[in-house]
Ligand binder design. Structure first.
Ligand code: T5A
Length: 216
């Protein structure tokens, strides 16, 4: 049996701005429209990629150099694409992914200062033609996300331990990417109360669903 290929939706933004909170909400909303959904995350999503995630987030052990960090992100992504994302899309599932390559442009590019050319080369090599169909970018002043994340958990991972100006550069890189890709990346004001955030999300999803063939 052949399936209509699914859609690839990614959730992006700085720390603690509501990606993880809103993915189940989007999942429920889409399932309510009879859309089959798979949820996953990066780095991670397969057994090996989750092990790479642990290495990347661990605050102990030897220094991880920027280049190593970038390559580990794409090593995990390669596994994830081949084992999870592509098979699910081919079977007609919509894939909801907590972070993807826009995070690499923001954190390794903006945050660490790695050249866009290097990231673009790896993106092309590892992903081929695969790009998200839609990206929800949760945006707010970084202090808001940090305060929310701090309320939720006591420990910080290796990225959360970075300084404020690192996260300013991450936010800037995300916003630049959104400006460059206005059709794909929809910026959501994450400073609002959750109810309003979710109204904005529904508006974006309805717009996408409305553009599908036979959606009427
Ligand atoms: N990374 C990842 C890279 O450097 N390069 C890459 O290529 C990739 C893929 C792990 C790290 O990996 C880095 C970036 C990350 O540092 P992660 O697990 O997605 O990635 O990390 P976090 O962003 O740290 O995930 P968080 O779970 O902390 O943030 P979320 O998911 O954005 O926030 P969430 O939903 O957990 O919300 C935080 C708190 O705020 C509340 C929630 O209830 C929760 O308590 N909240 C709100 N409160 C009030 N109003 C609202 N509108 C709210 N929305 C949420």
């Amino acid at each position: 049996m052949t399936h209509k290929p699914g859609k690839f939706l990614t959730f992006e933004g700085g720390e603690g701005l509501g990606k993880t909170t809103n993915i189940p909400f989007v999942q429920d909303y889409l399932q309510g429209r009879d859309i089959r959904v798979v949820t996953t995350r990066e780095p991670g999503g397969t057994q090996l990629a989750e092990k790479i995630r642990q290495l990347l987030l661990d605050t102990k052990g030897e220094t991880i150099f920027e280049q190593t960090e970038l390559l580990l992100m794409f090593a995990a992504r390669s596994q994830h694409i081949q084992h999870v994302i592509k098979p699910a899309l081919a079977q007609g599932y919509w894939v909801l992914c907590d972070r993807f390559t826009d995070a690499t442009y923001a954190y390794q590019g903006g945050g660490r200062g790695i050249s866009t050319d290097a990231i673009t080369w790896l993106e092309q090599w590892v992903q081929g033609e695969l790009r998200p169909d839609l990206t929800l970018l949760f945006d707010a002043p970084i202090e808001i996300g940090m305060a929310r994340a701090a309320q939720r958990k006591a420990t910080v991972d290796r990225f959360e331990a970075e300084k404020l100006n690192f996260f300013e550069r991450v936010r800037e890189a995300y916003l630049t990417k959104a400006q460059q890709n206005p059709d794909r990346i929809k910026t959501i004001n994450a400073e609002q109360p959750l109810l309003l955030v979710q109204q904005d999300i529904i508006a974006v999803l309805d717009e996408l669903i409305g553009r599908l063939p036979n959606s009427a």
